[in-house]
Design a protein around this ligand. Structure first.
Ligand code: PLP
Length: 397
């Protein structure tokens, strides 16, 4: 019999395991570790949303739904998206409910790419982008964003990567892992490039409710979706979900909004691979969209306070850290210690029991930084920052 590893498809063999998961296997079983690692809210989903899932079960709603998702949920999504992004999608055929943004990303790649088609995206970025493209036989074309530019994606850097095989530009603002928000003028230039070169834009806006104003960090910052810019709705697939702002990671629910032909293509794959998203999660999501705004704002304000604490403490330690405009991540620049981001993170874990993610887990452009997720309690963050301070003062002495 042939060795089992020879049975694995080439494109699966090629993709690396997630650097985050590898790192967090080390954290397992260590009791005193404070984890600023996994990008997940420390809050449980608000009670009224959990109750909606419970009622769904109580009422015996345990069936499949339409492949696109419950019409009532798609109607809620359409209203919410109009309010949030200023773009309106027809719930009948322009909204597809998915199993998280993760599934939506996979559907987008499989629906749009022929073998060898290129997807331009910015690094450092969410760990799934490059593997999702590769698994759909596409070619991942990263564009580096730099700490010196506060991780703004420069349209000229995007332009330099466009070839006659480019099909898609994939964007994520606010960005995981940096928290960067794209200035509207730059977003407009990227939109102009997409129109000029006739490209589809996929915009993952999963953190768009978690925004912090420039001045105090406490007020709600402004979000502009590329889908709302002139001429863009017809060439954009907007991805959003419930995991982050509503603290609903375990419900596994997201959605894609796009022109009907693109929605239909994604739906074809979804209907054969997933059939539909779970009905109790869909019922909970309706409650989240209709009545969740206050809780989202409560959690956002808690993140804002923590963000300010983390930034202040890093800066007091002399570690440069730009002000992230969104999400729940800080991405401090640790180059001055002369350690790779992996060595820094491993030693911090070994010596002080604090877990942060090495920046290179998000692509080579992340090397020299680490990601600290501040979706953990204020009190725990205070202890974590004390421990980081002890660690860096030892490095410096
Ligand atoms: N997109 C980004 C940028 C993320 O950071 C994450 C999760 O960390 C996801 C997508 C996946 O989200 P979901 O839980 O909806 O699959």
């Amino acid at each position: 019999m042939k060795p089992l590893e020879d049975r694995i498809a080439d494109q699966v063999k090629q993709i690396p395991r997630s650097g985050i998961r590898d790192f967090f296997e080390l954290v397992q079983g260590r009791d005193d570790v404070i984890s600023l690692g996994v990008g997940e809210p420390d809050f449980s989903a608000p009670w009224h949303i959990r109750e909606a899932a419970i009622y769904s079960l109580e009422k015996g709603h345990t069936s499949y739904t339409s492949n696109l998702g419950l019409l009532s949920l798609r109607e809620s999504i359409s209203r919410y998206v109009t309010g949030q992004f200023g773009v309106t999608y027809d719930p009948a055929n322009e909204v597809l409910v998915t199993v998280g943004v993760s599934e939506a990303l996979d559907l987008v790649c499989r629906a749009l790419l022929n073998p060898g088609d290129e997807v331009i995206y910015h690094e450092p970025c969410y760990v799934s982008y490059s593997p999702s493209i590769a698994l759909a036989y596409g070619v991942a074309v990263p564009v580096e964003t730099r700490v010196e530019d506060e991780f703004v994606l420069k349209a000229e850097d995007v332009a330099a990567k466009i070839t006659d095989r480019t099909r898609v530009i994939l964007l994520n603002f606010p960005t995981n892992p940096t928290g960067a928000v794209e200035p509207v003028e730059e977003l407009q230039k990227i939109a102009d490039l997409a129109i000029e070169h006739d490209l589809i834009v996929v915009s993952d806006e999963i953190y768009c409710e978690l925004l912090y104003d420039e001045e105090t960090g406490m007020e709600l910052g402004e979000h502009v979706s590329i889908a709302s810019l002139p001429g863009m709705k017809e060439r954009t697939i907007l991805l959003h979900g419930f995991s982050k702002a509503f603290a609903m990671t375990g419900f596994r629910l997201g959605y894609a909004c796009a022109p009907q032909i693109l929605t239909e293509a994604m739906m074809k794959i979804h209907q054969y691979s997933m059939l539909c998203a779970p009905i109790m999660s869909q019922n909970a999501a309706i409650e989240a969209l209709e009545n969740g705004a206050e809780e989202v704002e409560r959690m956002r304000r808690a993140y804002a306070r923590r963000r300010n604490l983390v930034l202040k403490r890093f800066r007091e330690m002399g570690i440069p850290c730009f002000s992230p405009g969104g999400a729940f991540y800080a991405f401090p620049d640790i180059r001055k210690f002369g350690l790779s981001s992996k060595d820094f993170a491993f030693r911090l874990l070994e010596e002080e029991d604090v877990a942060v993610v090495p920046g290179d887990a998000f692509g080579m452009a992340g090397e020299g930084c680490v990601r600290a997720c501040y979706a953990t309690s204020y009190e725990q963050l205070e202890i974590a920052m004390d421990r980081i301070e002890a660690f860096v003062s030892r490095l410096e002495s």
